[in-house]
Design a protein around this ligand. Structure first.
Ligand SMILES: [Zn+2]
Length: 169
């Protein structure tokens, strides 16, 4: 009984949030897969860039200032010009917004406009199986407390750590 309740709650939450472990692991794995000679410093810069935008959770609204293209684009430009660690930091940041676009909305012009967009993809089945994609439009959530089920992302983070140990040795 209790188990069902927990499952239901975690699924409800998962639709609207990615936790820091997922935000760190996914670009980290991409980097470890693509870099000819991956470096610890580069992986750290990428990971910090990938995780820090959720400091917005401390602001009045979550997914606000650091989830805006108005903040990301200058950082990407600076990263492009400076190369090296600043570029990896900016790419980590970009990966955060990319992932959040599929798990809720990002407000591209915050704080000029609070309106955000995202792509919701839903699978329904197994009977009458179908996949639905829908562009959603929403304003950032007010700051609130979280209750996230992070078992799946913990497993993902362990795999990313294993790959990092093998690739960086
Ligand atoms: Zn976020």
């Amino acid at each position: 009984m209790d188990f069902h309740l927990n499952l239901y709650e975690s699924q409800e939450f998962k639709g609207f949030a990615m936790d820091p472990l997922e935000h760190a692991s996914i670009p980290g794995l991409v980097y470890l897969a693509l870099a000819p000679e991956p470096k610890v410093g580069a992986l750290v810069a990428l990971t910090i860039g990938a995780v820090f935008p959720d400091l917005d959770a401390l602001a009045e609204e979550h997914r606000s200032y650091f989830h805006s293209l108005l903040a990301l684009l200058p950082a990407l430009l600076a990263g492009y010009l400076l190369k090296g660690l600043p570029l990896l930091f900016a790419l980590g940041w970009a990966s955060h917004l990319f992932l959040d676009f599929f798990t809720g909305v990002i407000p591209p012009f915050y704080p000029l406009s609070r309106r955000g967009w995202g792509l919701s993809i839903t699978v329904i089945g197994p009977r009458n199986f179908r996949v639905k994609a829908k562009l959603i439009e929403k304003y950032p959530d007010k700051r609130h407390d979280y209750r996230l089920e992070i078992g799946g992302s913990f497993a993902l983070a362990l795999l990313a750590l294993l790959v990092a140990i093998i690739r960086l040795h």
